[in-house]
Design a protein around this ligand. Structure first.
Ligand SMILES: [Zn+2]
Length: 247
């Protein structure tokens, strides 16, 4: 079910146990070869497929396209909320659904920079609502919601910004939006002193704004990746639906 299509009496009639999914993405540079709306296009497509599969069981909020992308601001076109503004924005939207009586809320994320704020937002809300024992709030990132896709044709073994995987998925969905990729060198710069966590901005790691190996992308790989990730998220959402229905 899609919130944007509904009237308020229809929303009022929904079960408070119906899980609410809030897709959260971004508008930020994705290398010299892909559009700035890449994360929103990909999560939008995954959300569309999930809504088709689970339309009677889950309420989908419209995708939030403004994310936490300050680390990409050196590249023109990137739009971002300030990190603390973003944290508060997420808390406000989740709080709205709790106000309307919903008890299960999921922040479904499609952008690396949103991972920490989405977890922190729900952590803080849980402390604020510590007297409630009937609510459950989850955050999940679509490419980390199950096993990693493994295929002998993939050069990357994990997600990398605007690399093989994201470029493949956009090639599958919107080939006319992908520029020349054959000349792009792999960008596998190691983070110094790992496992220590380096605080970085994107240009520290990549002068052109991508990481990974976009030249290895194909539309066929993109079709496999989208199927795999959608399947993982659908399985995770079914766990939450079952948990809510067991109440
Ligand atoms: Zn991305």
């Amino acid at each position: 079910m899609q919130l944007f299509e509904m009237t308020w009496p229809q929303v009022q009639d929904l079960s408070p146990l119906m899980p609410v999914v809030i897709p959260i993405a971004a508008l930020e540079q994705h290398g010299p070869h892909m559009p700035v709306f890449t994360d929103s296009l990909l999560l939008g497509e995954i959300s569309r497929r999930l809504e088709e599969q689970l339309s009677e069981q889950v309420l989908f909020a419209p995708l939030m396209w403004l994310g936490n992308s300050e680390h990409h601001l050196d590249f023109p076109g990137t739009l971002t909320a300030a990190p603390r503004t973003y944290l508060d924005l997420l808390k406000d939207v989740v709080r709205n659904f709790l106000t309307h009586g919903f008890r299960y809320v999921i922040l479904l994320n499609g952008h690396g920079g949103n991972m920490v704020p989405s977890q922190q937002a729900l952590f803080e809300l849980r402390q604020e609502k510590r007297d409630r024992d009937d609510i459950r709030m989850y955050s999940a990132t679509y490419w980390e919601s199950g096993d990693a896709p493994s295929d002998p044709s993939f050069r990357q073994t994990k997600m990398a910004h605007a690399g093989e995987w994201e470029t493949s998925m956009i090639l599958h969905l919107h080939p006319h939006l992908v520029g020349e990729i054959s000349e792009l060198e792999p960008m596998t710069q190691k983070i110094p002193c790992a496992p220590a966590q380096l605080a970085w901005i994107t240009k520290d790691r990549s002068p052109l704004g991508y990481i990974g190996d976009p030249a290895a992308a194909t539309a066929e790989k993109g079709a496999k990746l989208l199927d795999h990730f959608t399947g993982n998220v659908a399985a995770m959402l079914r766990l939450i639906i079952d948990d809510a229905n067991a109440v």
